[in-house]
Design a protein around this ligand. Structure first.
Ligand code: NMX
Ligand code: MLT
Length: 469
């Protein structure tokens, strides 16, 4: 049945269907006021100078020691990468270009008065470091709309996969199906000067971000809704359009999607999806190749797939204990999870040492829009039980909930009940951060990433000789 899926994408909606012809790079908003690429190009020289000065003045300074524990413990705590778009504080959580989540909610343009930020404004912020005006954010919506056309071959490629292909595998394959359109790869083959790399990386990144909602909705519709696709709505913003093309027209769901897509976008550079995208991009693999690699990392259960795992775990809990179990029963269920050698999904973090502000933001959304929803009540009860149980183990460094502990509840409430799809929504959002940084990585001329590895024998030898201590 999936192979016979009906696709209406790209048919008849003039403003949605502006394929790039050859390698021509279109200009948007040529008056300059709302031109994101122009705004970016004006910032690049000063940032290049800034990096040069940093290297010249402080290049030989130490950023601290590297212990054996760090080297064999997942490189935890080693500052080894430049990442401009966001920074994570263990106690406070994430800041995007210096702005916390409440700052984003207060300062970024929204689609409805007093509503959630639109991710297009965040994208402007991530790329330029500046809060956009409403006009600038809307210009990004328009730019993305113009770039959003998805070739008919993408659905054919997806339809050639086994019916049970996981949505994250479909996302990765779908992105790779788009890679032949890479402007960067074509420019590199033509021999473009390295000072111009960022320009085609920008074009690829914007194209990819523009196409992801249609690709993600296509995956959803073919996997769960019989295959019939829904055309984009030419008046909706990027995140609301994603929900709309998935089949959700409720304005509350659209607000939730704007918030969801904003808060999952970036979490500094060391997390698996961001680091992978950065690493692969450092080999001058184009944004399609590097983002697809990042998504394969996001698909791991200790990273982005945890949002799927949380829902599976909650479903198992309610199947065993009923929809409103008492706290003692919940406590026992958490203890049993640990005793069976599994992790409690949605809890813990490699860097954070407090409740994730992305959890808090989602909790506040739920308190406002779904206060009596039973699944929200259960997730709230877990917040009162799980940290104490995890804390008692004595080994879990952060017993508090992360972003994935709460996102599924919001999606379930609006009818998006298929948990195996959840990581795709995380992945669409993550494109904003990792691709914005990818543009800067090329603009700043960052080199190929190549850390040193050690064998156990080389470590033993080095340490037996007493150097270093
Ligand atoms: N449940 C059970 N055990 C845990 C948990 C948890 N939620 N969190 C950490 N531990 C264990 C961890 O497996 C390790 O055990 P061992 O020494 O036997 O290998 C020990 O506690 C110490 O780990 P930490 O240093 O506290 O955490 P680490 O930095 O290694 O891992 C996570 C961080 C996020 C991978 C880990 O907390 C975890 O597996 N959490 C559950 C999965 C999850 O929610 N992932 C999503 C993270 C956010 N995201 O979207 O990416
Ligand atoms: C993320 O959003 O990438 C996760 O919280 C994982 C991390 O930061 O390590």
């Amino acid at each position: 049945m999936l192979a016979q899926a009906v696709c209406r994408i790209g048919l008849g909606l003039g403003t949605q269907s502006l394929p790039i012809v050859g390698n021509s790079l279109r200009r948007f908003c040529s008056d300059g006021v709302d031109d994101l690429k122009k705004a970016l190009s004006e910032l690049i020289p000063e940032q290049q100078e800034r990096l040069k000065a940093l290297k010249k003045n402080y290049g030989s300074k130490s950023l601290g020691e590297v212990t054996v524990d760090m080297a064999i413990g997942g490189m935890r705590g080693i500052p080894g990468m430049l990442w401009e778009t966001s920074l994570l504080d263990p106690e406070e959580g994430i800041r995007f270009r210096g702005l916390s989540i409440p700052d984003l909610q207060a300062q970024l343009p929204s689609a409805v008065p007093g509503g959630q930020p639109i991710p297009e404004g965040l994208l402007w912020l991530l790329l330029t470091g500046k809060v956009p005006t409403k006009e600038q954010a809307v210009s990004v919506t328009e730019e993305l709309r113009e770039r959003s056309h998805l070739g008919a071959h993408v659905l054919k490629v997806l339809n050639s996969l086994p019916d049970d292909a996981h949505p994250m595998s479909q996302l990765s394959v779908g992105v790779m199906a788009l890679q032949s359109g890479s402007h960067f790869a074509a420019a590199y083959t033509r021999g473009t000067h390295k000072s111009k790399y960022w320009e085609t990386v920008y074009e690829d990144s914007m194209d990819l971000i523009a196409k992801l909602p249609q690709l993600a909705a296509m995956i959803y519709r073919r996997t769960y809704k019989g295959g019939e696709q829904i055309n984009p709505h030419h008046k909706l913003d990027w995140a609301a359009n994603l929900a709309y093309m998935m089949g959700y027209e409720d304005s509350g769901c659209h607000e939730m999607m704007r918030m969801y897509q904003t808060i999952h976008s970036d979490h500094e550079g060391g997390n698996v999806s961001a680091h992978t995208t950065h690493l692969v991009g450092s080999a001058l693999s184009d944004p399609y190749l590097s983002y697809a690699a990042g998504m394969n990392g996001l698909a791991g259960p200790l990273h982005g797939l945890a949002n799927q795992e949380v829902l599976r775990w909650l479903k198992d809990l309610t199947a065993k204990l009923g929809p409103q179990p008492d706290k003692e029963a919940v406590r026992k269920y958490v203890e049993d999870t640990l005793a069976s050698g599994k992790v409690v999904p949605g809890y813990g973090h490699a860097v954070l040492r407090k409740t994730d502000p992305r959890y808090t933001c989602q909790r506040e959304f739920a308190q406002k829009y779904m206060p009596g929803y039973p699944l929200f009540k259960l997730v709230s009860d877990l917040y009162e039980v799980v940290p104490e149980v995890l804390g008692k183990t004595g080994k879990i460094k952060n017993p508090w909930p992360n972003v994935d502990a709460h996102s599924g509840v919001l999606l379930q409430y609006y009818g998006i009940t298929e948990e195996n799809y959840y990581t795709v929504l995380f992945g669409v959002s993550r494109a904003l951060g990792v691709l914005a940084q990818g543009v800067w990585s090329r603009a700043l001329g960052l080199p190929i990433e190549r850390p040193k590895s050690m064998t156990m024998a080389s470590l033993e030898h080095m340490l037996a000789q007493g150097t270093p201590t």
